[in-house]
Write a protein that binds this ligand. Structure first.
Ligand code: DGJ
Length: 734
């Protein structure tokens, strides 16, 4: 049966690939390539799929057919493209299966491969593998994105055995790399301090990055990585591999340095407690991993990933995102019709383009006046908003603003009508206590009835007014005491995967019905920052921490992997609930303007002078935001460096316009100025520099014309010395 399918597939894909498959059955090379990167695998005489190379483009790869590794052939030492448990493999297996007959071994043999040109830029290669003895089939699907120099990979496992097989490990990809040293750069933190970057020199053994929390999975760690080869990570130089798993549930990334000093990278769904019973005739599809290589340091990796994200990875990535005022930090749960309308007036006056009503607008029997009640009861609260949401939304539109609203549809407070009427809908383990986090429980999205409900929360909320154009989708807890009343007792371990697939089903339905709504993936801030969610959503709430100094580090880390277009970045009041420091409004704006700018404070509390500054900064941002959202990112200096400057620039694709940001985050001494080299410019062009967000610039070069060559090599040295000194420059070719 499977062979017939494979044959038909080959037939449909053209005779060229059949011929290639048949002619070179035992010694063929399989090439995967983009404009500047190559990846090669080959097939041995006993039909094993070996992996040879991932890196800078090699035109003539024929030596790989003869290459010898001088290892003992009787001892399972080869670099495989998708190694399994059993047979000869001794590394962490990408695939581990208990077969229908109890056999623990899997040995994949090569059946053939097919290439398909999706369009001018994308090629998809499907490599067909099968267990040597049993009818278990594995397809590796690799997409090459030519211009972006990015690959993606996922795996489809199909069971044609006589009954169900049990999948233990089923990673999306395996990459064996040979270099002299490997520096792993990964992103860790906590709530309100997400995406902290740290570097580790890998030594023999396995370093793993994983989450077992199920939901809101990117708060403490991230399924994204960079591995610098030979030397520590440098922004502009050196060979680096980078990747990110597109999955909003449990993940695991293993970096295993083996006895030959080969680094074996596996990434995918976390095998932890996730055994998956794959029924006869069924297939299992893993999430996609996105990965790339650059010989221009970390900067090259970020630019490749950002290009891929804007062209393929992020929902609706070609449109300019509106600036907005979000009600949360300015009002929390305490608002009514009049106070919201005053905020809307102020937002319009400041020149913002959208007003977002955050938490607190719903629940009547259990009103949502604090985080302890109301989640699950998505009816407008009559006391706070007697005229409903439409009244507020229409008012916003009458003031020239768009309107957005907050929901948290996967969650329920015990104090709610929903929790009391649908006790089986919550995630819990039968007789055990059901723990709350932030006073709430999680709804069981493995259950199709719950999926319908979550869809209806979104859908019904949109129906509250034709003037709603934005939804902030929050999720403020993770999984504890796992258990599903919907899944049978044998399939409880499917929970972790089925939850995410249930969520994606809902996202699919939402996008089919509401293609134009802007959706922000929130997850307590920083909890759903992954390319799985961004396939359906335009942006993320980068962090609940809006303190600008903290945000320097959070945004620095996040923008390694995710483009500025998707990172919501708001100016809040100072001090606020995250900081005792008094941060100048200019520093707060200068920083927020390097992402998708918004505000999140009570404008009534601002002085006239502050409002005037805000108006100018918002208007300046509108003039440069196309460069921020669609341009190339060049990091100029790292906040982690001894000098403690954070500086970055965005450059448009033609290198005609750029915007440069610089922030001093500690006292630097009286005579010290930074040297900011503007690597993103064209050395052969002439540029004029203009400082923004100031009445009078203190930089000697303001308004002057410089060659790109000068700006790249000697750079600019604005006098930023004190903590919170900051500057934004607009640069234009003349
Ligand atoms: C957590 C989010 O990250 C905040 O921005 C806000 O929406 C609150 N939840 C509301 O409860």
């Amino acid at each position: 049966m499977k062979n017939t399918v494979a044959f038909i597939l080959f037939f449909m894909m053209g005779f060229a690939s059949i011929a290639q498959t048949q002619k070179n059955k035992t010694s063929q090379l399989i090439e995967f390539s983009t404009q500047d990167i190559s990846m090669f695998a080959s097939v041995t005489e006993d039909s094993t799929l070996l992996f040879h190379y991932f890196g800078k483009k090699i035109q003539d790869a024929s030596p790989f057919l003869d290459k010898r590794y001088y290892r003992r052939q009787d001892y399972g030492t080869d670099n495989m493209m998708y190694p399994t448990a059993g047979g000869k493999n001794f590394r962490e297996p990408a695939l581990r299966v208990t077969h229908a007959d109890g056999d623990l071994n899997t040995e994949l043999v090569f059946l053939g491969y097919a290439k398909r040109k999706i369009d001018e830029n994308r090629t998809e290669t499907t490599v067909h593998l099968k267990d040597r003895k049993l009818p278990l089939y594995v397809d590796l699907i690799v997409k090459a994105f030519y211009k972006e120099n990015v690959f993606s990979q996922y795996v489809v496992i199909t069971n044609e055995e006589k009954s169900a097989v049990r999948l233990h490990n089923f990673y999306s990809f395996f990459l064996p790399i040979k270099s002299t040293a490997y520096y792993l750069n990964s992103f860790t933190g906590d709530w309100a301090m997400e995406m902290g970057l740290s570097e580790t020199l890998l030594t023999r053994g396995i370093k793993s990055i994983e989450t077992k929390k199920g939901v809101r999975v990117t708060r403490n760690e991230s399924p994204s990585f960079l591995v610098a080869l030979d030397a520590p990570l440098n922004e502009n130089f050196g060979e680096v591999i980078g990747g990110s798993l597109a999955w909003s549930g449990n993940y695991k990334l293993n970096f295993e340095l083996d006895e030959f000093d080969v680094l074996n990278i596996t990434t995918g769904i976390n095998p932890y407690a996730s055994d998956y019973l794959l029924a006869k005739k069924k297939s299992f599809k893993t999430p996609e991993i996105i990965y790339t290589f650059s010989n221009q340091g970390a900067g090259g990796i970020s630019r490749n990933l950002h290009d891929w994200a804007r062209n393929y990875g992020v929902y609706d990535a070609k449109t300019i995102r509106p600036t907005l005022l979000n009600s949360w930090e300015g009002a929390y749960f305490d608002f009514n019709e009049n106070s919201l309308k005053t905020m809307i007036d102020d937002a319009a006056d400041l020149g913002l383009e959208m007003f977002v009503l955050d938490d607190g607008w719903f629940g009547n029997t259990y009103p949502r006046n604090n985080p302890r009640a109301g989640l699950g009861d998505w009816q407008v609260n009559h006391t706070k908003l007697p005229k409903g949401i439409d009244d507020i939304a229409t008012y916003a539109v009458s003031k020239g603003l768009q309107f957005g609203i907050w929901i948290e549809p996967e969650m329920v407070n015990p104090e709610s009508e929903l929790a009391k009427s649908k006790p089986d809908w919550t995630v819990k383990s039968k007789s055990r206590a059901v723990p709350t986090i932030r006073n709430q429980w999680l709804l069981d999205l493995t259950n199709p009835a719950v999926q319908d409900f979550v869809f209806s929360v979104f859908d019904n909320t949109i129906q509250l007014s034709k003037n709603i154009s934005y939804i902030k989708w929050d999720a403020n807890r993770h999984v504890e005491s796992v258990g599903s009343s919907y899944l049978s007792k044998d399939l409880q371990s499917h929970f972790w995967i089925d939850y995410v697939q249930g969520l994606y089903n809902v996202y699919e339905r939402i996008r089919e019905k509401h293609p134009n709504i802007i959706v922000q993936a929130c997850g307590s801030g920083g909890g759903r920052v992954d390319y799985g969610a961004l396939k359906y959503q335009q942006e993320v709430w980068t962090s609940d921490n809006t303190d600008a100094l903290s945000r320097v580090f959070i945004q620095y880390g996040t923008n390694y992997i995710f483009p500025a277009l998707v990172t919501g970045s708001h100016v809040s009041s100072s001090p606020n609930h995250q900081t005792n420091n008094q941060t100048p409004l200019k520093f707060r704006f200068d920083l927020a303007m390097s992402g998708r700018l918004g505000m999140e404070l009570q404008p009534k509390a601002m002085s006239d002078a502050e409002k005037e500054f805000a108006k100018t900064a918002i208007s300046n941002y509108k003039a440069i935001r196309d460069i921020v959202m669609f341009g190339d990112l060049y990091r100029i200096s790292s906040p982690y460096d001894k000098q403690a400057y954070y500086s970055l620039m965005y450059v448009d694709k033609k290198k005609e316009k750029a915007v440069v940001y610089a922030y001093s985050i500690k006292y630097q001494g009286t005579g010290f100025t930074p040297k900011l080299r503007l690597h993103g410019l064209d050395p052969n062009k002439q540029y004029r520099i203009k400082e923004l967000n100031v009445n009078k610039s203190s930089f000697w070069g303001d308004g002057k014309v410089f060659s790109g060559e000068y700006l790249i090599n000697d750079g600019i040295n604005p006098p930023l010395r004190k903590i919170y000194d900051s500057a934004v420059f607009s640069i234009e070719e003349i």
